[in-house]
Write a protein that binds this ligand. Structure first.
Ligand SMILES: Cc1cc2nc3c(=O)[nH]c(=O)nc-3n(C[C@H](O)[C@H](O)[C@H](O)COP(=O)(O)OP(=O)(O)OC[C@H]3O[C@@H](n4cnc5c(N)ncnc54)[C@H](O)[C@@H]3O)c2cc1C
Length: 363
């Protein structure tokens, strides 16, 4: 099923960190179609900085057309997959020779880049005009947001409620404890082991009830938990047997979906036993690009590259200068890890990897 020019058809579903890099890497080797519900790719690491400094998003939210210049972008959700094509929510069936699924996390973002930039302005105004902010969720999103507000607006009262007994529970106990100490030192009130039912909270009300009956007063709130995996669309498809009980796609050492020769999965959607991090997702993309180039040009399957799960590493920024980093042998907090991530949030580095001109920030 090659295209008119004789090129193989590669469909990439999901234009996040991994799918975007893969589409870019293959664009001159195959007839590539990128399916994503938005016209842009976002460096997710910078999301929370953009809420306290909206102009930051001008560099971290990038139109797919800025790095993917030799392929087709379909701005739509994938809703199903057959043996030979992907069905989209706008009713098209997009044929493939090779399919790569990179639908990591299915957060609902606006369709256009300008709408996304407006959203950051609105969040900034919301924070600026509040004296007190409630953050629900103590994973990386909630912790990074609490850190950003505590550092940029130290006069505001920040309360963070997390349902589990420790913050950042995807990292080790040391990282959780050091992060709790850091937030507390910045006057963030952290409430662990409780939830806040936002469904029973009426708009404009300034009090919130926790699951243990505590009352929190805040001028506004941010919900930073519960982003679903982007795999619900696969559940009724020909690939349903490749989903594990948690909704992740089971892959082999070549990142091919279990039992399939021409379908790959990369990024957070995979069942690879490693902390879900963008730098691993980008490595998945590079391995898969290499394997697809090999197969497209008629190479032997036995020559395919393999991927080994990454080490126990993760980094979470804490405001503009500090961060907490976990390596396999040690965990550190403060300026040294902060130097790695917190000033630029890996935006410059990622733009460079994506081949986007770092001197031009299109609006
Ligand atoms: C606050 C925060 C900070 C982080 N900091 C770091 C860091 O410093 N370093 C690091 O390495 N990692 C970091 N991470 C983790 C990193 O963001 C993820 O590991 C990475 O984004 C995963 O990439 P992905 O391509 O698998 O999926 P995602 O980036 O989640 O992208 C998924 C894409 O698929 C699309 N999609 C979903 N469903 C569908 C569908 N049905 N059809 C079509 N498209 C669909 C989505 O719209 C999205 O574009 C951080 C995460 C968070 C939340």
């Amino acid at each position: 099923m090659s295209s008119k020019e004789g090129k193989k058809k590669v469909v990439v579903v999901g234009g996040g960190i991994s799918g975007a890099l893969l589409a870019k890497s293959l664009q001159f080797h195959a007839d590539v179609v990128l399916i994503d519900p938005k016209e842009y790719f976002e460096i997710t690491y910078a999301n929370l900085r953009a809420k306290v400094e909206p102009s930051f998003a001008e560099r971290s939210v990038v139109k797919h057309s800025d790095y993917f210049t030799n392929g087709r972008i379909v701005v739509s959700y994938a809703v199903g997959v057959t043996e030979t094509g992907v069905l989209t929510s706008d009713g098209h069936l997009i044929p493939y020779d090779y399919l790569v699924i990179a639908t990591g996390n299915n957060d609902s973002y606006p369709k256009t880049r300008s709408m996304r930039l407006e959203q950051y302005e609105e969040d900034y105004e919301k924070i600026k005009s509040a004296n007190s902010v409630l953050i629900v969720g103590g994973g990386s999103t909630g912790v990074e947001l609490a850190g950003e507000i505590a550092v940029d607006f130290p006069e505001k009262k920040v309360t963070l409620v997390h349902k589990n007994s420790r913050l950042l529970d995807f990292m080790g106990v040391k990282a959780s404890r050091k992060t709790l100490d850091w937030l507390t030192s910045k006057n963030v009130e952290v409430i662990l082991g409780q939830t806040v039912d936002l469904n029973s909270h009426s708009d404009g009300a300034k009090t919130y009830q926790t699951s243990k009956g505590e009352t929190i007063t805040a001028d506004c709130h941010f919900f930073c938990a519960g982003v679903p995996l982007g795999s619900s669309w696969i559940k009724e498809s020909v690939l349903k047997d490749a989903l594990d009980a948690g909704g992740r796609l089971m892959v082999d050492e070549h990142l091919r979906i279990k039992g399939r020769k021409n379908v790959f999965a990369i990024g957070d959607i995979t069942d690879i036993p490693e902390i879900k991090q963008g730098f691993f997702a980008m490595q998945h993309a590079m391995v898969t690009a290499k394997n697809l180039k090999l197969l497209i040009y008629g190479g032997k399957e036995s020559k395919m590259a393999t991927y080994k799960a990454g080490p126990d590493m993760a980094i979470v920024s804490l405001g503009r200068k500090d961060a907490v980093v976990q390596y396999p042998m040690t965990t550190m907090i403060g300026r040294i890890p902060g130097f790695m991530k917190s000033s630029d949030q890996f935006v410059g580095k990622t733009r460079k990897q994506m081949g986007i001109d770092t001197s031009c920030f299109p609006l």
